[in-house]
Design a protein around this ligand. Structure first.
Ligand SMILES: C[S@@+](CC[C@H](N)C(=O)[O-])C[C@H]1O[C@@H](n2cnc3c(N)ncnc32)[C@H](O)[C@@H]1O
Length: 193
């Protein structure tokens, strides 16, 4: 296991439990990544070049805890975006109770993405209808060998057909499909562009 503090391990366990609860009155599914996916993303993020680390779709902050570990190791800060007030509250609690240093932007990522021009790593895990516009704004601003990891690429294969075709024909990147959790695409920017 990674060298997480007890506070981080406790909060991860709490969020894992919360996400397994049946949805009922007053509860909203966090729809977070699995623990295995978290470990995978952390290892992947460690291979990214120097530059900015972003996450689109914070939910309760679970994946951000994993990615923040990679950021901590290189002395940088993760920027994560969440537009739903209810989830912002849970994520805020996650970052406060774990003492996580983070740039938490409580707004639609669409209002901010054009500020990031040196993206080393981005985890895209927002609503599926935002994937095409976010992809189009991230790829030009990825560093050489920078990584865009995209979630739900197997679970939502049918509804993402148009997006998948766009990614697969893009000569600016190499793409790999990983069968972990709900399926991840790893897009890596080609070195020479
Ligand atoms: C699948 S959940 C994210 C789970 C989280 N990455 C994790 O694994 O812990 C998707 C989240 O993205 C948020 N979201 C969707 N579109 C967004 C946008 N355009 N800007 C910011 N947040 C967005 C939703 O409110 C939702 O909380």
């Amino acid at each position: 296991m990674e060298q997480f503090s007890k506070a981080v391990l406790d909060r991860m366990a709490y969020l894992e439990h919360a996400d397994r609860r049946e949805p009922g009155e007053g509860t909203i599914r966090l729809r977070q990544i699995s623990k295995e996916t978290g470990q995978f993303l952390l290892n992947l993020a460690r291979t990214a070049p120097q530059g900015e680390f972003l996450e689109i779709g914070t939910s309760g902050g679970y994946s951000a805890l994993w990615l923040s570990q990679a950021c901590k190791e290189r002395d940088i800060t993760l920027t994560t975006f969440e537009r739903e007030p209810y989830k912002q509250k849970i994520a805020e609690e996650t970052f406060n109770t774990t003492n996580t240093t983070i740039h938490f932007i409580k707004d639609d990522a669409a209002n901010h993405l054009n500020k990031y021009k040196h993206i080393a790593f981005c985890f895209l895990d927002s609503t599926k209808d935002t994937y095409i516009p976010f992809y189009n704004s991230i790829i030009p601003n990825l560093m050489p060998e920078g990584i865009l990891a995209i979630d739900n690429m197997i679970s939502h294969k049918r509804s993402l057909r148009e997006f998948i075709a766009l990614v697969r024909q893009d000569s600016r990147i190499t793409v790999e499909e990983i069968k972990i959790g709900t399926g991840i695409f790893i897009c890596r920017k080609t070195k020479l562009l």
